[in-house]
Design a binder for this molecule. Structure first.
Ligand code: SAM
Ligand code: SF4
Length: 330
């Protein structure tokens, strides 16, 4: 069997949210008191996750990304990576993390079969980093990055959500990181999903926050960015390079420039629902089926048949009625 959606796109990539919980509270993602967490009993076990990925692999999925919430706080993260990496046809297992625990886990995860990591890094200033993440320690991110490099988790990608009035002034400094490091810095437009409300005193108002990728590129015009080939697994990012730099720069625009045309993704939430689009709320639960040992292919086919041709984020369901990035798996 091959998973092909109604618009002829083959599904080759599965993004799994391992938990909706997190050890940080980034302002754009969660309120500071956290969210209504899923009950542990509702979350898939290691064996259940592995069974779901086995079906996905039989349908043509080759790449799996683990995310959350924060995947490194999952108590069985190493076993999950090992289980998925050993499935036939799975060529790549990657992880998106805030890196607070990466120093400890980089090598064990690489040994278990993890191929690479994306690290979220929204500021190069420790105080600002702590404010944005509500408690994160920038020093631990740097230690996590060093550990990932030692463990050859490459290519290393750094994701930065750019927010006007918060970190947009750091675009040039973040871009400069690529000059001497073979890192891939990707600038992401803030999305009206997750914590789109008031972030409290000292933070920009909702209507002020959005910076388009066109504006980001314009802010970096003094670097004379050249179009460049994309690093492996770069998904929807358009890739550029500062002339002579070791690393690259990407811009991810879920709002302004559609990348739906080539979308090969399916998502699995930590409570066992397949979701065919980040923005469209349709989900198919396979939790009971995996628990009762039923074949899962039909659930995949149903989720894939729901996959929209494209979304219109600007006209999408109000943020208040959506699950946030940490619940869907950003
Ligand atoms: N905790 C991990 C981390 O932060 O890397 C993985 C989960 S987090 C939800 C995944 C990515 O989603 C992060 O890079 C984060 O910056 C991004 N994200 C969360 N809320 C967002 C929003 N409202 N707009 C744009 N990106 C967002
Ligand atoms: Fe946690 Fe990641 Fe959301 Fe930040 S963006 S609160 S690190 S899940």
């Amino acid at each position: 069997m091959t998973f092909i959606d109604p618009f002829g796109r083959a599904i080759t990539y599965l993004r799994i949210s391992l938990t909706d919980r997190c050890n940080l509270r980034c302002v754009y993602c969660m309120p500071k008191e956290g969210l209504q967490w899923q009950a542990h009993a509702d979350q898939l076990s290691v064996d259940e996750i592995v069974r779901v990925v086995e079906t996905a692999a039989q349908g043509g999925v080759k790449r799996v990304r683990l995310t959350g919430g924060e995947p490194l706080i999952h108590p069985h993260i190493v076993e999950i990576v090992r289980g998925i990496a050993s499935i036939q046809n799975i060529e790549e297992v990657s992880l998106t993390t805030n890196a607070m625990l990466l120093e400890r886990f980089a090598q064990p995860l690489a040994d278990a079969g993890l191929t690479r990591v994306n690290i979220s890094l929204d500021s190069l200033n420790s105080d600002k980093f702590r404010r944005i993440t509500r408690g994160g320690d920038l020093n631990r991110v740097w230690k996590g990055i060093a550990a990932a490099e030692r463990a050859h988790l490459a290519p290393l990608k750094l994701n930065t959500v750019i927010v006007r009035g918060l970190n947009a002034d750091e675009l040039p400094a973040l871009a400069r990181l690529t000059i001497e490091n073979d890192w891939h810095v990707r600038f992401i437009e803030v999305m009206p999903i997750g914590n789109a409300q008031d972030w409290g005193e000292g933070f920009p108002a909702p209507s002020e926050r959005y910076v388009s990728v066109q504006e980001m590129r314009a802010q970096l015009s003094t670097f004379h960015l050249q179009l460049s080939t994309s690093p492996k697994g770069n998904g929807p990012a358009r890739t550029y390079r500062i002339p002579g730099a070791l690393g690259t720069i990407g811009f991810i625009s879920p709002l302004g420039e559609h990348f739906c045309q080539n979308c090969n993704r399916l998502r699995l939430t930590s409570d066992g629902r397949l979701r065919s689009c980040l923005v469209i709320p349709a989900e198919v639960s396979l939790r009971e089926a995996v628990r009762s040992g039923e074949p899962l292919e039909e659930y995949f086919q149903q989720a894939i048949s729901n996959k929209p041709e494209h979304h219109d984020m600007l006209a999408a369901v109000p943020a208040s009625s959506q699950r946030g990035m940490s619940q869907i798996g950003g």
